[in-house]
Each structure stands twice: as C-alpha cells, then as structure tokens.
Design a protein around this ligand. Structure first.
Ligand code: C2O
Length: 587
C-alpha cells in the first residue's frame, strides 16, 4: 500500500522551519512505522487518491488535521486523587496572546547544577526565594507553576475539537510525542519568570546532569534544608548516593531477584548508567517515535485509531532514565511518593525543573548526534508541530504557544553548557561472550499463541516470530539502510494509574536467576511508570512500549534466526501489569 511508493528523503526532511524545504517525491519509497494496531491514519490519507499525483499535495491534503490543544471554552477541573481533590487549574484570564519567538541577542547557557559557582547560586536562590514569596494567586508564583504540571498530566483539561466517537477525551502530556515539547515550553516560561524576578532577563536555570558520572547524585545545591531549592518531600536515603538510572533505586542496594543478591560497585553502577543512556540515546533515538514517543492526535475517527488515545506510548528516555529519576527523588511514602514520585505533585520540587532541564538537553543532544536522525515530517505529522499549550509569561500574560516554535533552543535564546558525554562510547556487550555468568533458564518458554493476555507476576519467556523476510525486501535497485530496522512492540500494557511499576525486556537471555542488565546486549529496555494520582473508574493506563532491536540482534549474532525469545522481567509492582500482545515490526 502507500508505504511502497513515496520517497523517504521527501518525508524525512529535517523540519528546519527557517528555510522551508520544498516537498518533492523522488522515485523511492517511504517507510512508516505502523501504529500499534497496524494501521496508520496518515498512510490512509496518503493512500486516498492524492498519493500518485504529487500535485495534489500542493494544497493541504490533511483536512482532518487534529493537533492536541486544551479546550479553554470548557471548565478546567481539579485533579481527583483517591479521597482527595487537588486543585490544579491556573488562574483564569480573559485575554490570551500568541507566543512570539524572542529576539535573540545573546545565547544564555544553562549550567550543570553540580558545576555552578557561588555567585550563580546566590542569584538562583534569590530568584527561587522571590518566586516562592509571590502571592499564591499570582500565576508566576511557585505554587502556581507547580500546578501547571498537574493540570496537563492529571486531566484538568478537555481536548479541543472533541473526538468524534469517543467524546470528552481529556488531555495528557505523558507517554506520547507531546512529552518533550510540552516540558520544554513549560521550562521556558518558568525560566523567564525567574529572570524577571531578579531583573536578569537572560538568566539561565541549571540542569541536573544525571547522565554524567559526576552528576549521578542529587545536586548538592538542592540539599540544604535552609535553601529555597530544598523540598522536604524527598527520599532522604537517596540524598547522597548514586542513582541507578535503570530503576531509580539507589546504587549498591542489594536487590533480590529470584533469590539471588545482586550488587554493583560504584564504578559498575556508573558504567551501567552510561549503558542505559547509550541504549536510550544512541541505539534508541534513530527514529522519531522511538525518541519522542508515539503519535497522539485529537479526534478519534474509529475505535481502532490508536493515535487518538491518550498515552499511546512514551519514547525511550521518557520511559527510562526520566522515570527513574522521578522515582529516585520522590519520598518513600507509599502509595503516592510525593513530590517527585508522582506526576500530580512533581512540580512542587525545585529539583523537578533541573531534572527536566536535562531531559530537554537530551533532546538538544539528539539533534547533534553523529549520523542521521529522523524527525516527524512537517507535512505528514503537522499535528505534532501544531499542538498547543498555554502558559503565563513573566509579565502575567496568558500565552498560547505551539510546538513548532520550540524546536530549536537557540531560537528561544538558550543552550546547554558543553560538558562531556561519556555514554556516547558506552555500547553494551553480549553477556554470553563475557563468560562467568550462571546459565539457568528456570521459566519455561511459552509459545506466543498461548501467552496473552498476560499478568506479569513472574519472569516469563515468550517465543516471538521475526517478520518474514520477503515483507521487507528492498524495492529493486534501491537500498534504504533504514528499512532493516526492527522494533519489538509490547502492546496493551495496562497498569493502574496509581501504581509504580517497572519491568525489563531481555532477548535470548541466558539466565533467569540474574537476568540481563543494561550493560548486556541481551537487555532490550524497560517499561516504567510512577503514579499519576488520579481516581476514576477506569483509571488504568493503556499504553505500549516500542524497543528498537536491530543493533542488539546484530550484537548477539542472531539476525538470521526466525524466532527470538523475549523475557519479561517484573522488577517493581509484580502482578500489577497486564500485557495484551508482543510483536516485531519492521519500519
Ligand atoms: Cu511531566 Cu517528568 O514529568
């Protein structure tokens, strides 16, 4: 169908919005990753008539465009926690202005929090102190800024343009392609307010450099109880220890996996963290959806349209290191782990903004990584570019901002301090080649036909067929390197919205008693989530996880096998996750 006829070079143009590139068809083909249900609405749109006549694309063929936006004509509602209503709605305003890109005279550089000097710290503390001291009804106050996050992730808003067959959809910014842009926009306005409060419009806020060995503990400047950067709702046991970026525990924790004690040395933990980052950022960021998350548009055209469901699936950073840091910082206060350990309360901790500074930095780094990195195409995925959110600026104006305005940090006037990126050199290796590991397969291997639905309460190993080779044969005379990319898609992951869970996914692993870790090529990735703090009848997330596996199959020397064995290893919240299916796609 559509996917064999259009040119990848035409669709994969980097969306540099400054110089608009002409849209042209070459003689090759486009490769779409299928949506989870095997059906991509844009495939269909492209397939309907306009496909063969490039000229019809001169007009706008995307009449069904449906970017996500909050509906301000309908009331904003409180976040509802079990037994408790938490107001998250920002103050109202009758006037909305459109965001305009600033005139940039000089780029401000956000510094790594563990590297700032005393002068900077004093300035930053003053700004935070003033933000905290603003009256609660001032939209620039820390109190209100924290609510912004709650509003956009705890269903305070309805979506604009109500979905056709599933009305009253709420808007959510996690586990989809909105994750990176929403948080970038949020931080941009937050930083401008801090600057305004100290009379320094070019003030740059710090980022928590947790991907670098010297930044893998909570930054010291946030730990003084007398400082406005402090938040008492944190896990105090984690204040001076190395994070484990694969699960948000502290390092050197003895963890018992099926009766075996597993402990890492400090250097071992650092190495593991760098492997996590390599997996997320190098092997895992090649395709737009792997990095940003799955597509999410307003308006369901059919029950099968996976792209209009909130939380269709997060990208690798969002699912991995990002959630790990939330878990690591949040207080050990079950069931909700406020502040950082729960989406509704995360914005109440000043460390949240430094954490998301680094998440945002990952987005900037991705663009600069060697080799080609795919973006969403401006014409095919215009909905991403046109999704919009509302923030108060430093002058208390309510501002409507669109994703396309936030793609280039330098056009917004900021960049990140240039620090070493050691994970670029941290490719995992196959444990089978390193030797010294036990070899115990305890769980029996289940055939995929009998595996689902599955409640994940113990390690399971499932035999999953590879896609037929003929399906992906290159069009004659044309070689697109990219078409060899395979992804493992775990579908219909259902988790209670208030649960904290994690499971790992390993491929052809040797040992069920000490399952593979990020340092091993056998480790494909993880799914993790923190509670949202939402209480309503169908309060389950229903999402998916897409893990790139081509590099791993090559490293393990199993590219030619017809089947792989996928182990799902529950790490947290055993029995709280159910899974609907697993498949391998080529894209
Ligand atoms: Cu909106 Cu780190 O969460």
């Amino acid at each position: 169908m559509a996917s064999t006829l259009i040119s990848p070079s035409a669709l994969l143009i980097s969306p540099t919005l400054k110089k608009k590139q002409p849209f042209s068809f070459a003689s090759k083909r486009v490769v779409f990753c299928r949506a989870n249900n095997g059906f991509d609405r844009r495939d269909m749109l492209l397939g309907l008539g306009s496909l063969y006549g490039a000229t019809s694309l001169v007009g706008d063929p995307f009449a069904l465009a449906s970017p996500i936006a909050p509906d301000f004509s309908r009331p904003c509602s409180d976040a509802i926690l079990p037994g408790n209503h938490v107001p998250c709605c920002p103050p109202e305003s009758t006037k909305i202005i459109d965001f305009e890109l600033p005139e940039v005279r000089k780029i401000r550089h956000r510094p790594a929090a563990h590297l700032v000097d005393c002068d900077y710290l004093i300035k930053f503390e003053l700004a935070m102190e003033r933000m905290r001291a603003l009256p609660k009804d001032d939209p620039r106050s820390f109190f209100q800024q924290a609510r912004v996050h709650c509003a956009y992730c705890n269903e305070a808003y309805f979506q604009k343009e109500p979905p056709r067959d599933e009305p009253d959809q709420k808007l959510k910014v996690h586990f989809s392609w909105l994750f990176f842009p929403f948080h970038r926009m949020y931080l941009y306005f937050y930083e401008k307010i801090l600057g305004e409060l100290i009379g320094e419009p070019d003030f740059a806020m710090p980022f928590w450099n947790w991907d670098s060995p010297c930044g893998m503990t909570m930054p010291g400047i946030y730990l003084d109880p007398a400082s406005p950067l402090y938040d008492p709702n944190r896990n105090v046991e984690h204040q001076h220890v190395l994070v484990d970026l694969s699960d948000g525990k502290k390092s050197k924790t003895k963890s018992t996996e099926r009766g075996t004690t597993y402990e890492l040395s400090r250097t071992g933990q650092i190495k593991n963290n760098l492997n996590v980052m390599y997996n997320e950022m190098v092997s895992g960021s090649k395709k737009a959806t792997w990095f940003y998350g799955q597509k999410y548009r307003a308006g369901c055209n059919s029950k099968d349209d996976g792209q209009c469901k909130p939380e269709p699936g997060g990208g690798l950073v969002e699912n991995g290191s990002h959630i790990a840091i939330h878990k690591f910082v949040g207080a050990k206060k079950p069931p909700y782990n406020e502040d950082m350990g729960n989406f509704y309360s995360a914005g109440r901790d000043p460390l949240f903004y430094a954490h998301h500074g680094n998440v945002d930095r990952m987005w900037s780094i991705r663009k600069a990584l060697p080799g080609w990195r795919q973006e969403f195409h401006y014409r095919v995925d215009r909905d991403w570019y046109n999704s919009e959110f509302y923030f108060y600026d430093e002058k208390r104006n309510l501002v409507r901002a669109k994703v396309w305005q936030f793609l280039d940090t330098e056009r917004l006037g900021y960049a990140y301090q240039n620090v070493d990126i050691p994970w670029l050199r941290s490719r995992p290796t196959p444990r089978r080649l390193r030797g010294g590991q036990g070899k115990a397969k305890v769980a029996e291997t289940i055939d995929i036909r009998n595996a689902f639905p599955l409640v994940l309460d113990n390690l399971v190993r499932i035999k999953v067929p590879r896609p037929k080779r003929s399906m992906t044969k290159p069009v004659e005379g044309y070689k697109d390197e990219d078409e060899d990319e395979e992804v493992l898609v775990i579908q219909n992951i259902q988790v209670d919205r208030n649960a904290s869970v994690k499971f790992d996914v390993n491929i052809n692993d040797l040992d069920d008693e000490t399952p593979a870790r990020p340092e091993d090529s056998e480790f494909a990735g993880s799914f993790s989530t923190i509670p949202h703090g939402i209480d309503h009848p169908d309060s389950k997330i229903n999402t998916s996880l897409t893990l790139p596996i081509s590099e791993l199959l090559k490293d393990l020397g199993i590219e030619d096998e017809d089947y792989i064995e996928v182990s799902l290893v529950p790490k947290e919240g055993k029995g709280l996750v159910s899974i609907g299916n697993i498949k391998i796609d080529k894209c």
